[in-house]
Design a protein around this ligand. Structure first.
Ligand code: 5GP
Length: 197
């Protein structure tokens, strides 16, 4: 039997624990992680083509103007976008794809006009257990300066207002708990009879 590919979307305010989930999931071989384009500078250790495609603002504008993005958004002062062709190609092959995108991007993906695309979408919001814990996690990460932390905290508050638009919500606990819950969602969604051809 053959199954349609699924587009898993995961969103969370930064510091909510999403990167840890994505890192844990990346090592599973049963889906492809969608590598986004961004105008943000690479952080130490980030690899072009693996973490992101690090591109210039001009190149980003060209992709956007050419309609090449499935979705794109400005997040924390930088642009991020998902290239449409790669995602659609994988889904058509029956391969599952994971998109780690912000709430504005998720809204655009949900709003895709293509009636064939909609049923392939499964979106999950990772909710921090509390505002204090979110701030603690963000500071512990140590990758942002104070101004960036303040921007991210302000953005987090706005993003968290959209959790009800997602099909699933995971209230973040330990990394193992979050991963187990996400895997359970993946597993159940893959068993939906309507996905089997
Ligand atoms: P970071 O700079 O910490 O890697 O990512 C910042 C935010 O950008 C995260 O919330 C992440 O989900 C979001 N992001 C990463 N790639 C994309 C993308 O392709 N599209 C959108 N809309 N958001 C993205």
């Amino acid at each position: 039997m053959k199954r349609q590919g699924i587009v898993f979307v995961i969103s969370a305010p930064s510091g909510a624990g999403k990167s840890t989930i994505c890192e844990g999931l990346r090592h599973s071989a049963d889906f492809v992680y969608s590598v986004s384009c961004t105008t943000r500078a690479p952080r130490p250790g980030e690899v072009n083509g693996k973490d992101y495609w690090f591109i210039s603002a001009d190149e980003f504008t060209r992709h956007a103007a050419g309609g090449e993005f499935l979705e794109w958004a400005e997040v924390h002062g930088n642009c991020y976008g998902t290239l449409r062709a790669r995602v659609l190609e994988l889904v058509a092959q029956g391969t599952d794809v994971l998109l780690d995108i912000d709430v504005a991007g998720a809204r655009q993906v949900r709003g895709q006009a293509d009636a064939g695309f909609k049923p392939t979408l499964v979106d999950v919001f990772i909710m921090p257990p509390s505002a204090e814990e979110l701030e603690r996690r963000l500071r512990k990460r140590g990758t942002e300066n104070e101004a960036q932390i303040q921007t991210r905290l302000a953005n987090a508050k706005r993003e968290m207002e959209e959790w009800r638009d997602y099909q699933y919500v995971i209230v973040s606990g330990s990394m193992e708990e979050d991963l187990a819950r996400f895997r359970a969602i993946m597993s159940a969604e893959r068993c939906r009879s309507r996905r089997w051809l």
